[in-house]
Design a protein around this ligand. Sequence first.
Ligand SMILES: Cc1ncc(COP(=O)(O)O)c(C=O)c1O
Length: 392
Amino acid sequence: MARIAQRVQNLPPYLFVEISRRIAEQREKGVRVISFGIGDPDLPTHPHILEALHDHTDVPANHRYPETEGLPELRQAIAAWMQQRFEVNLDPANEIVPLIGAKEGIANTALCFIDPGDIALVPDPAYPVYAIGTMFAGGESHYLPLTAENDWLPDLEAVPADIRERARVLWINYPNNPTGATAEIEFFQRAAQFGLDHDIAVLHDNAYCDVTYDDYQAPAYLQAADASAAGIEYFSLSKTFNMTGWRIGWACGNAEMVDALLRVKSNIDSGIPQAIQQMAIAALRDEDDQSTIAIAANNRILQNRRDKVVAALEAIGLEALHPRASLYVWAKIPEGQSSADFAARLIEEQGVVVTPGNGYGPSGEGYIRLSLTLPDNEVDEGVNRIAAFTSS
Ligand SMILES: Cc1ncc(COP(=O)(O)O)c(C=O)c1O
């Protein structure tokens, strides 16, 4: 029997595999499970974007290998969008690299910066791919706890000098998964300065920048002074345009870092199917404001769900964050229970799935995450069941 490499053996079970197993178990018992688990929009891709796909499937050039660097029109559409949305100027020729979803770019970025023994500064809790990518590259993650006391922002000053010396990257993510916390440009400025002071690449994952509520506008890391000198930023069409299934996003900013990522990627993948790039072009160009209208309508639906979920959690005595952005509600469970036990009890007693916070890192213990990506009727059913749950 061939030996499976240590890096694979070292992998924790992917968070949602365990949850899927529990869902299957309940379904077998005939329970109609309501899942606030994975953050995958239930709403369809906006029609004008699908139209662009239909218009480009018959084009023979789109049946061949795409270029890793993407269509020039896509990079131009991204640059124009970054200018319009954030007033950030980017050179489409060398400051943008399209990605097969932000996840792919995040994982491959570790190969650009991390040599064996190097350290990545990783928020805790966080989207798991920052730490997993680091491990694949032979590096180690040093966790920066995100807590209510520090407004869910990492305390960069608290990073010990010996760790700082060995650190090559700092991952940050606002609007944040899993906490729903947001950050302002002033924090991004401090992060950029920290990166420049210590030769650490600042990597900001902005996958949720347009999933926002209550008129909140999320900033970009690249709006901060010197941000581009220190790092790059990741964007995704997945959540903004209900496009998780199409796999497209981009990284942009520092030209040297973008080039490193492009070089890694060109040795691993062969780019994004071109008809899908055309979907992204239609989404970002937004010629008839159809994207703008669709995003606003989407966010109204999500905001309504957020309000219902937060109210239900508070009604059973949980302290929930009231997020201004992201697809998630992060809630503190009563003292004396583990996140995993609480989540297991909720699924067993009410058939309601939530994600245990410790799946996002040790500081997530004591919390659960609820995603807002299930149809309204299921949200209503779910909040009724939560209301019937004895939390302590
Ligand atoms: C913080 C964060 N970054 C990136 C991604 C992945 O986005 P994509 O679908 O573009 O790969 C997710 C998906 O859940 C996420 O939560």
